[in-house]
Design a protein around this ligand. Structure first.
Ligand code: ATP
Ligand code: MG
Length: 157
């Protein structure tokens, strides 16, 4: 199906905004207002966004800000979710998309989770012809980004 990416991204943030009020987490959005369509499975793309944002919330300190942007590149759009959380140590970064991988088991156990969220997110991004990557600085914060190709215009004659 054709999916309006800004609308989908806004929808996921709206839901988290409603449930994080008492953690005082602030979302800031830089999302274009026009329609930008991608081709894909709406539920799966929602889950992709959900998995990334739920991590940003989970690993953010109280009062933290989460910046979400949607940028239009030549051939693809890029959604970035930037948090001010604990960050990921450099040596762990290559593993975060592995199934069941969790950084710092002791810390993560308290926060709950199975270590599948990012593996699933990656699977969905790749299945849609996109990609997913992370940049993080231990103690400063983390940015997860994913890309998706624009919906192809079908020319009929
Ligand atoms: P699940 O998503 O299955 O509930 P999870 O959040 O632990 O569990 P993933 O979403 O796959 O699993 O993330 C893997 C690990 O990567 C996490 O356990 C955490 O250590 C680290 N991580 C993911 N996102 C962030 C983030 N935004 N900031 C810091 N660490 C993160
Ligand atoms: Mg997760």
């Amino acid at each position: 199906a054709e999916i309006d990416a800004p609308q989908l991204v806004n929808h996921v943030i709206d839901r988290f905004e409603m449930t994080t009020k008492n953690q005082e987490i602030q979302f800031k959005r830089r999302i274009p207002e026009q329609e930008i369509t991608v081709q894909g499975d709406r539920d799966k793309l929602m889950q992709l966004m959900d998995n990334i944002v739920s991590n940003a919330v989970k690993y953010s300190p109280e009062g933290g800000t989460i910046n979400v942007s949607l940028k239009q590149e030549q051939e693809r759009l890029v959604v970035s979710v930037k948090d001010e959380g604990v960050g990921i140590p450099k040596e762990n970064i290559p593993h975060v998309f592995d199934r069941f991988y969790r950084v710092d088991k002791a810390r993560s156990r308290n926060l709950g989770g199975t270590g599948l969220g990012l593996a699933i997110a990656k699977e969905i991004a790749m299945a849609h012809g996109g990609n997913i990557w992370v940049s993080s600085e231990w103690g400063k914060g983390t940015t997860f980004s994913f890309s998706l190709p624009y919906a192809q215009e079908v020319v009929t004659q």
